[in-house]
Every structure is written in C-alpha cells, then in structure tokens.
Design a protein around this ligand. Structure first.
Ligand code: SF4
Length: 323
C-alpha cells in the first residue's frame, strides 16, 4: 500500500530553482483557495476560504521527514514550500522555516499564489524565507477572476498592496507571471490591455525580479493553451521597457542538471510521490529521481496497470499524473 501522506518530495527539476526539495504542508489532496484555469494539479475540488479550513501538517512532522531526506539527497539548490496546495494556508509556515534553517544551510523558498498576502501574519511567515516566488496572472480584477477563480472575498487590489508591503520586509521577492491563451479567446492575460494592466501592477509592487513564461504542463482546463513564442517575446520586451531588462527574465523550457547522488529507497513509491505533486514526462521523472529509463518503464507500466497514475497528452508530449 502506498503512503500518500509524505510531506517531503523530490528533488524536483525547476526552471527557476534548479534542484529543489519540496515540502508540502497542505496535502496530500489539492487544497487551495484558487481554482486556476492553468493549474497542473487539475481542478480544485476542495476550494477553501482561508487557514481556518485547512488541517495542515505540523512543524515537528516536517522536521522529522526533512532530517531523514537530507541524509539521502545532496547538491540541493533550494528547499521549497509548495506542493498540492497553497502553503500560506498553513499558519505554522514561519515557524517551520525558522526551524528548517536550524538544520540546513540550503536556502528556503516559498511559492505562493499571493492570495493571503494582505494578512500581516502571512507576510510575517513569508518574511522568514530567503526567496518568495509569488504568482500574479492579472493586473485587473476581471482577468484575475477569470484566470485564478479565487474563493469569495479575495481581491486583486489587496494582493497588490500585500505584495508591495512584503517587498520591503526582507526576503527576495520574485513575481512569476504565467501567460495563458485560450482556444475560445478567453480567458487570456496576453492581450495588449491585460499586459498593460499587469505592468502597472508590477510597477506598484516593485519586486526584485519578474519572470515571464507560459504553460508547459497539462492545464486544468483543456481550452487553455500556451502563448506563442513570438507573443511571449513581445510581452517580455514590453516588461523590459517598463522595468529594465535586468529585472525581467523570459523563460522557455530547459533544465539544469547536477548529479544529486540520490540514495533510493522504494523507487516505485518515489515515482508515485513525485507524480502526486507534479505531472511529469518520463524524461523529467528520470532526470529528477535519477532512475534509469529501463527501470522507469517497468515502474510506469505497473502504476498505470494498477490505475494509480494516468497518462495525459499535452501540447508538448506525454505526461503522467497520480490519480
Ligand atoms: S495553480 Fe496554484 S494557486 Fe492555482 S489552483 Fe493550482 S495550486 Fe492553487
């Protein structure tokens, strides 16, 4: 029987963070206060309104698992709080980061959807990290509602104010903007007007860096498609002009590789754990977990046969996701 409640996963390959060991303090099921049209984890079945609706894991549970993993995994670029839901929904986040820093020098990152950032306690928690990667897909309320589909009461204005306030509290703040297009014209944040609104919002926030990219994994809604390479370059140029080229990063696909020297336990469980948090191609699984292709084929066949994972065909290839 597979253990689905594992808190630590990966390391996962990250376009931004290199080799990142993930900490999931919300899972095992996707728990979020957004239901983004592009979400790689599928639809949000359980859309929560705030921390009071979440039974997250404790600091002690995180530390026990992390100590165990740090004995097996080397050459990490980051320890990242992310996973199957929004990590700021767990209000023990700040305490966890402080304690993680007592047992390792690996920098700590939090990836957040920014939804609770207007709360002082949430900003205090995030301020313990070395890096906060905050997603922002809209500079206007209408696009925000259409793309992020937030729980009621969450407003873009508050998010923008909260991000600006976090920016002066210490951690490096990077804003991640995923541009989406739609087979039905809408929703999209790649129109001229939506891009101008986004640039206006980012100017108010004044982050250390903005990253511009597009969909590269199977989205929750099958009408969502990536923005063309040409349009993405145009958008990045607009951001360059507004913010300075050194403050804007345009990302296409591509991964750095380092030899992690992973000591494997049960490879089948490790593959399953990764796919619970992140749909991956066979190549990405092999790269991340350092499992030979010949072994991986057998593991994937077994997991598919037992209906523990499914195969998803996306624009750029075949992905696997846990069910
Ligand atoms: S993309 Fe992130 S914020 Fe959006 S629904 Fe998925 S987990 Fe939640």
């Amino acid at each position: 029987m597979l253990k689905k409640q594992r808190i630590i996963y990966g390391p996962v390959p990250s376009r931004r963070l290199g080799r990142s060991l993930g900490i999931d303090i919300i899972g095992p099921e996707k728990t979020c206060n957004f239901d983004c049209v592009y979400c790689q984890l599928g639809h949000t079945d359980k859309k929560v309104s705030g921390p009071q609706d979440v039974c997250g894991v404790s600091t002690e549970e995180v530390l026990v698992e992390l100590k165990n993993h740090l004995k097996k995994v080397k050459h990490l670029d980051y320890i990242t709080f992310s996973g199957t839901g929004e990590p700021t929904l767990n209000l023990a986040l700040g305490d966890m980061i402080r304690n993680v820093k007592k047992i390792t020098n690996v920098p700590v990152c939090v990836i957040t959807n920014s939804s609770l950032i207007d709360r002082m306690d949430v900003r205090d928690n995030l301020a313990q990290a070395d890096l906060v990667v905050a997603t922002l897909e809209a500079g206007d309320e209408k696009t925000f509602m259409a793309i992020n589909r937030p729980a009621s009461g969450i407003r873009l204005d508050d998010i923008i104010k909260g991000l600006k306030a976090l920016g002066v509290m210490g951690p490096r703040l990077e804003i991640e903007i995923l541009f989406v297009d739609s087979k039905m014209d809408n929703p999209t944040n790649a129109s001229e007007q939506a891009v101008n609104e986004l640039i206006g919002a980012v100017k108010i926030i004044d982050p250390d860096m903005v990253e511009v990219f597009t969909v590269s994994r199977p989205p929750a809604e099958n009408f969502i498609i990536p923005v063309s390479r040409q349009r993405l370059i145009q958008i990045a140029q607009k951001f360059d002009e507004a913010l300075g080229r050194e403050n804007v990063r345009l990302v296409f696909k591509g991964l750095r590789r380092k030899n992690a020297g992973i000591k494997h336990g049960n490879k089948r469980n490790e593959v399953y754990d990764l796919l619970v948090r992140r749909p991956c191609t066979a190549d990405q699984i092999s790269f991340t977990l350092e499992i030979e292709n010949k072994d991986l084929v057998d593991i994937i066949d077994d997991l598919l046969g037992k209906k523990e994972i499914v195969e998803i065909t996306a624009e750029d290839g075949k992905y696997y996701r846990a069910v």
